[in-house]
Design a protein around this ligand. Structure first.
Ligand SMILES: Cc1cc2nc3c(=O)[nH]c(=O)nc-3n(C[C@H](O)[C@H](O)[C@H](O)COP(=O)(O)OP(=O)(O)OC[C@H]3O[C@@H](n4cnc5c(N)ncnc54)[C@H](O)[C@@H]3O)c2cc1C
Length: 383
């Protein structure tokens, strides 16, 4: 019998780790500070079922295959066919076909040493390069994705355009509930409202944010760049609204999506839920980012202000996963194995994947490491 495994955090990473560990025969205990599992993948209760974090799940990735093998795939929907709007060069209009053509004509590989902007400028003119940089903000959340590693941004662009992005019906809590139920069914004990303030003795996976792992361990090397942005969620009456599903503001790095059009269960009948991300440069105030968002809505949804029933906004720092600067790749991020039976599995860890997938692959690396050192692990619990 393997020893107990402690998992701190019941977000997507911690729950996935709990399932796989229990399948491998570990006795698993998960400690979660919040009253509900899910972490950043929680969905607010009705009437406006806004996702706190993740929106798109990538069905072309390894995590989806992992879920499929276990019969854990949630119901999903694709983006609806309603037209999108783009603001580029100060003009709001339909998606420019020439932008799709320019993106499709880019080389299949990009180097990690060079910035995305410098690499783009070798293949397209300056105006097109800035438009593409504005678009890739959607998958990087960075205020200037042109400064990031070309390989990093290019991989996200390719995955996003490959057509694998779907939305979880009912919000991501649907998936969280499936994962938590399976983990519990396999015998994992999930203790909510349990904040861990000292490292547990014995084999442990810290499946928290990287910042929380840094605080818990006191290890200052647990740090990696991430993005900063303001999110705005709006619930409103739909009467007389426009018919777009998404608006991309390439100039000001804003992405607004009317998720209730894809999944009507997210808002009451006759109402809509719009969730908006606006990338923030270091130091930009929330009020200024919100002003940009409101201007975009004024232009794209005339009369929206009078229809608003519910509104919330927040500045989000370091919670959209890792971003890699030129000269770095995921291999350079903080290692999962920290020695002595301690592992750190976060979406800013040294693991491959796209957004939430990084935490999942980090959890699998953590289990590999712990599995390879069973004697050390057992020594920690005095077996
Ligand atoms: C606005 C936004 C949009 C996003 N969009 C996407 C997207 O479209 N697609 C995608 O794949 N990803 C997206 N992401 C990223 C995705 O949400 C995260 O990568 C993923 O949810 C991280 O899961 P996790 O389990 O690693 O971490 P978390 O969800 O942060 O879970 C960590 C858990 O640990 C708990 N915890 C922390 N400290 C302690 C402690 N001391 N004791 C006990 N418990 C503790 C926390 O309460 C939390 O529940 C987005 C994120 C944001 C913020």
């Amino acid at each position: 019998m393997k020893p107990d495994l402690h998992i701190v955090g019941a977000g997507l990473t911690g729950l996935t780790a709990a399932i796989e560990a229990a399948e491998r025969g570990w006795r698993v205990t998960v400690a979660e500070a919040h009253s509900r599992p899910g972490g950043r993948a929680r969905t607010l209760p009705a009437p406006y079922r806004a996702n706190l974090g993740a929106h798109a799940i990538y069905v072309d990735g390894p995590w989806w295959a992992w879920l499929e093998r276990r019969g854990l795939t949630p119901p999903i929907v694709a983006a609806p066919h309603q037209a999108g709007l783009v603001r580029a060069g100060g003009r709001l209009g339909p998606w420019p076909a020439e932008l799709s053509q320019a993106i499709a004509a880019l080389p299949a590989e990009a180097p990690a040493e060079e910035s995305f902007r410098a690499w783009l400028l070798r293949h397209v003119d300056a105006k097109t390069a800035e438009a593409i940089v504005g678009v890739v903000f959607i998958f990087t959340f960075d205020h200037d994705p042109g400064r990031l590693s070309a390989a990093f941004v290019h991989q996200r662009l390719r995955r996003a355009l490959a057509g694998g992005a779907r939305y979880v019906t009912g919000g991501w809590s649907t998936l969280v509930d499936l994962l938590a139920e399976r983990a519990a069914g396999l015998g994992a004990r999930i203790h909510t409202r349990t904040r861990v303030s000292a490292l547990p003795a014995g084999p442990t996976i810290l499946a928290t944010s990287l910042a929380a792992a840094r605080r818990l361990t006191g290890d200052a090397s647990l740090t990696w760049p991430s993005a900063r942005m303001t999110t705005v969620d709006v619930g409103l009456r739909a009467d007389g609204g426009p018919d777009w599903f998404r608006v991309i503001d390439v100039d000001h790095r804003i992405y607004a999506a009317r998720y209730s059009l894809a999944d009507p269960t997210l808002a009451p009948p006759g109402h809509e839920l719009i969730q908006i991300s606006a990338a923030c440069a270091p130091g930009e105030r929330k009020a200024d980012a919100e002003r940009r968002v409101r201007q975009l809505l004024d232009e794209s949804w005339p009369g929206w202000r009078a229809a608003v029933q519910w509104y919330r906004s927040a500045v989000r720092t370091d919670c959209t996963g890792a971003i890699d600067l030129p000269g770095t790749t995921w291999h350079d991020r903080p290692a999962v194995g920290r020695g002595g039976g301690l592992t750190v599995a976060t979406d800013q860890s040294a693991a491959p994947g796209l957004l939430a997938e990084v935490g999942i692959s980090a959890a699998q690396l953590a289990l590999q490491q712990l599995g390879e050192t069973p004697r050390l692990a057992q020594a920690h619990v005095g077996v």
